[in-house]
Write a new protein. Structure first.
Length: 453
């Protein structure tokens, strides 16, 4: 008998377990893979430290800081190098820094003169009234098309590998959506938010980019150590849940043996594409609304160069607008962002292909991917020879959930399922956001639901 069974040992499941451990709950975490961390997986190879999943997070809420405070004896938060805060955007084959202030915004070639003047009127434009307006429509209405093409579009390709013509700000970028709804304007909202009084803890929420010294897997291992390896079961197959009175029976197969756990509550943190197999008793219409979530397919390529003589790595990385018609979505300069990620004098990059707008690239052979990389990296990163000492091609079939117009039905379905089956709690990146900060915040919320009397 357990108070709680958590399904999934990714960052959401682990952080939820961490909060329950602090409250002395009797729980078990079940994970189908033979390692913890979910999509987070750090590799140390040939003098490089690279990620096979998410490369970083954002200090976007106080829960991120609280988690690292709890784990300070086991792992150390590493904020990105202060000297590489700028982002490059490609236009007409050349890199330009995304403006970070008024002066640079006036003189940047990224935006048209017409749209630069148009932005001056943004505070006085009426807020939109359509809650399901696309991100593209919202940005064109408030800022202008060049801002969509050379600021928002590359940002969305970098975060969602998505299409601003399909993403809905209310769901995909709720903070941006609420600036307009609550304050009437992006500019007015941003200014007023900055002036709002903040606690000392809130002042630490810098929205800066972070990793962990030694890589993000150090975070997973630190949580595992805190909650105890005995509270996590790896390599678990055929997990199914069935309601039985006021309890749930969780059936699973482990090391060739089928077992059952009786529990008061079940927390699922797995993807929408796996959920129906775990809770087969749920109404098929509700489950169809959840399974309709579109996950984009992305190829991530890690490149390491022992000696780097190309483009100066003085930024977070470079993002490539769809309008530029290139075969890669962007390049992260990982060795510039964080210390000790490459040999001295070398460079480490993460490059992304595919996504919503170029889905067919996912089906290319490794040789085909290599050909694209050689052409793009030599040209964009200004190197004469493509001779990486490290190359890893990682294919993410269910990379990033797209918060499109059907998200409303998905969120309603989750609410209805939890209402019909008290004690069944559905989390994961199918709701509440896709970033690491979102996952850590949701874990606090899930634990709160578990601990409710």
């Amino acid at each position: 008998m357990k108070d709680v069974v958590i399904i999934g040992a990714g960052i959401t499941g682990l952080a939820t377990a961490h909060h329950l451990k602090k409250n002395n709950s009797n729980f078990i975490v079940l994970e189908r893979n033979n390692r913890i961390g979910g999509v987070i997986n750090t590799v140390n190879e040939k003098g490089y430290i690279y990620e096979e999943g998410p490369n970083s997070g954002v200090i976007g809420n106080v829960e991120v800081l609280r988690l690292f405070d709890d784990l300070k004896d086991e792992c150390e938060l590493e904020e990105a190098n202060e000297n590489v805060k700028k982002r490059y955007i490609l236009k007409n084959g050349e890199w330009h820094a995304l403006p970070s202030g008024l002066f640079s915004a006036v003189f940047t070639p990224l935006f048209t003169l017409k749209d630069k003047f148009r932005v001056l009127g943004e505070p006085w434009r009426k807020p939109g009234t359509n809650p399901h307006e696309t991100l593209a429509a919202l940005v064109k209405r408030r800022l202008g098309k060049s801002f969509l093409d050379y600021a928002i579009d590359p940002f969305i390709l970098g975060v969602y590998a998505g299409d601003p013509n399909r993403l809905i700000p209310k769901y995909a970028l709720p903070k941006l959506y609420n600036l307009e709804q609550d304050y009437g304007s992006f500019i007015k909202g941003t200014i007023k938010k900055r002036k709002e009084p903040k606690t000392d803890e809130e002042k630490r929420v810098t929205r800066g980019v972070f990793s962990v010294k030694g890589g993000l897997s150090m975070l997973s291992r630190a949580i595992e150590k805190k909650i105890g390896e005995g509270n996590i079961m790896l390599g678990v197959e055929n997990i199914t849940v069935a309601p039985e009175g006021n309890y749930y029976i969780v059936t699973y197969r482990h090391n060739g043996t089928t077992s059952k756990i009786k529990t008061k509550k079940v927390v699922s943190t797995i993807g929408a594409h796996h959920l129906d197999n775990v809770v087969p008793f749920v109404n098929s219409k509700l489950m169809a609304d959840i399974k309709a979530l579109h996950y984009t397919r992305v190829i991530e390529v890690v490149l390491g160069f022992d000696k780097w003589n190309g483009f100066k790595l003085d930024a977070f990385g470079g993002l490539i607008p769809f309008k530029e018609n290139r075969d890669i979505l962007g390049v992260l300069f990982m060795s510039a962002l964080f210390k000790n990620r490459a040999p001295e004098g070398g460079a480490l990059f993460s490059i992304f292909l595919g996504g919503v707008r170029n889905p067919s690239l996912f089906d290319l052979s490794d040789a085909g991917v290599g050909n694209i990389l050689e052409k793009e990296i030599c040209e964009l990163m200004q190197i004469k020879e493509f001779n990486p000492s490290l190359i890893k091609i990682i294919r993410h079939k269910y990379a990033i959930p797209q918060y499109e117009v059907n998200s409303r039905e998905r969120f309603k379905a989750v609410e209805e399922i939890e209402k019909q089956y008290p004690g069944l709690i559905i989390g994961g990146n199918l709701r509440n956001g896709i970033g690491m900060a979102d996952r850590i915040l949701q874990a606090r919320m899930l634990a709160g639901q578990v601990l409710e009397k």
